[in-house]
Ligand binder design. Structure first.
Ligand SMILES: N[C@@H](CCSC[C@H]1O[C@@H](n2cnc3c(=O)[nH]cnc32)[C@H](O)[C@@H]1O)C(=O)O
Ligand SMILES: [Zn+2]
Length: 426
């Protein structure tokens, strides 16, 4: 199967060049022909007026939490988790998680996202939805050491790795998901490190989300959550850490040394009043920072372009420096750096030999006029309704802003049905 994306503006090597062509063979980008013949291709996508970008990456989700979208807002993180979310999550089942995951995936595809990192449970159902939908994902079973299911969850994560890692044409990878320092005591982290190490799996966790978390860990263990996790060997697995709002210079130095990648979730951090992560310092030190939405219940959507805008805005105000997180930096977080966060080595760039995960953004909206700098327009003016075409692993999932494979009415109906079922059980 050969596809041509014709006469498109191409984002490559951090610059945008007009009137380029992209050739895709099966699941891979195979070149940028200068005078392609339409007859040589099975499918030709007209790229005129579009901007081609590496597919967007959502580096931190709890995907089935779509069911809790706007269910418990305006609360403190710990109150929200302990009083509302965890009791409700106790009633989740496979059916609900599958339907709500499908909803979340559809929303992400509509917003240009081609891969996401998830931490949740009923992960077999999440994986089935990823497989069926055509999106790419790095999935982890959320692990909490303080709950009665601690050992069972760890066992599930191991089984989940063996069953799903590398499956769905390589679109699914599996990580381990130790939830956070306040739910995973040191001994449990050690067990996770050992289990992940045996399988060669990476880890996805929450770190330094709130000031309260850091204060209580320092009080309990005499060191910061970052220093504690480093000592326990968590970073030696290869680690994606969500939030990292409350990290200091010493923490960041550890993160640089250990190659910790950060999922920056500006929307969630703002809504839950967690604070503002020192992203400008992380970038300066060379830490890989991607963007995440977090669950739909703390955001309340899965629109990664919105996170890009927030990232491009809030750090300027916070540091009183309009030069931090410039347009290209924000775009890079949503694409190349995001892919690196998920541990991908052949995704995140539009280059020959890379996987064909491509998002085309339509530049015909009035907010794209007059046609000044496209990078700047993308970072500061565009919105996700501009996303026109989404390709994952060489397959078109959205075209002309319409889904090509998913039955959206059915997905909405299933989301409603399973929400009713869950809430009637509460
Ligand atoms: N302990 C659960 C699984 C945990 S999955 C990951 C957890 O992270 C929770 N979560 C969602 N957003 C946040 C956040 O911002 N900070 C901390 N936890 C969150 C989410 O509700 C979910 O319970 C079990 O096996 O029963
Ligand atoms: Zn989270």
């Amino acid at each position: 199967m050969k596809t041509l994306i014709k006469d498109v503006a191409l984002y490559k090597d951090h610059v945008i060049t007009e009137h380029q062509n992209i050739e895709v063979t099966d699941s891979v980008i195979t070149g940028f022909p200068t005078s392609p013949q339409a007859g040589d291709y099975d499918e030709v996508l007209e790229g005129r007026s579009m901007l081609a970008l590496p597919g967007f990456v959502n580096t931190h989700t709890h995907i089935a939490m779509t069911v809790f979208r706007s269910y418990a807002d305006d609360m403190q993180l710990m109150d929200w988790l302990e009083k509302k979310i965890w009791p409700a999550e106790d009633k989740l089942d496979s059916d609900v998680v599958y339907a709500q995951t499908m909803l979340g995936i559809a929303e992400m595809i509509r917003c240009g996202t081609t891969s996401f990192a998830d931490m949740y449970f009923f992960m077999d159902d999440v994986a089935r939805a990823v497989e069926a939908s055509g999106i790419r994902a790095a999935l982890s079973r959320g692990l909490t050491g303080v709950t009665p299911n601690a050992q069972q969850a760890l066992q599930e994560n191991k089984e989940f790795y063996k069953t799903w890692h590398g499956k769905a044409d390589g679109r699914i990878t599996v990580m381990f998901g130790p939830h956070a320092p306040y739910t995973c005591p040191p001994d449990y982290i050690r067990q996770v490190v050992e289990a992940a190490g045996e399988l060669g799996a990476e880890v996805h966790t929450h770190l330094c989300e709130t000031k309260g978390e850091v204060d209580s860990i320092v009080k309990q263990y005499g060191k910061s959550p970052i220093a504690l996790m480093d000592e326990l060997g968590l970073f030696d697995c290869g680690c994606l850490a969500a939030h990292c709002v409350w990290v200091d210079d010493a923490d960041m130095d550890i993160m640089v040394k250990k190659g910790v990648r950060v999922a920056h979730n500006p929307g969630s951090n703002l809504k839950l009043a967690s604070g503002i992560a020192p992203v400008q310092d992380m970038l300066k030190k060379g830490i890989v920072v991607g963007l995440g939405t977090d669950g739909a219940s703390s955001n309340n959507n899965l629109d990664i372009m919105e996170e890009m805008h927030l990232a491009a805005f809030i750090h300027k105000a916070h540091t009183l420096d309009p030069l931090v997180v410039p347009a290209e930096s924000a775009v890079n977080m949503m694409t190349e750096a995001g892919a690196a966060c998920l541990g991908y080595t052949d995704i995140g760039k539009l280059e020959t030999g890379y996987k064909a995960d491509i998002t085309l953004v339509d530049r015909e909206g009035l907010h794209w006029y007059p046609k000044n700098d496209s990078m700047s327009l993308l970072a500061y003016s565009a919105n996700s309704f501009d996303v026109d075409t989404v390709m994952v692993n060489g397959k078109v999932l959205l075209k002309g802003k319409e889904f090509t494979t998913l039955d959206i009415e059915k997905i909405k109906a299933e989301a409603e049905r399973t929400k009713e079922k869950l809430f009637s059980a509460l």
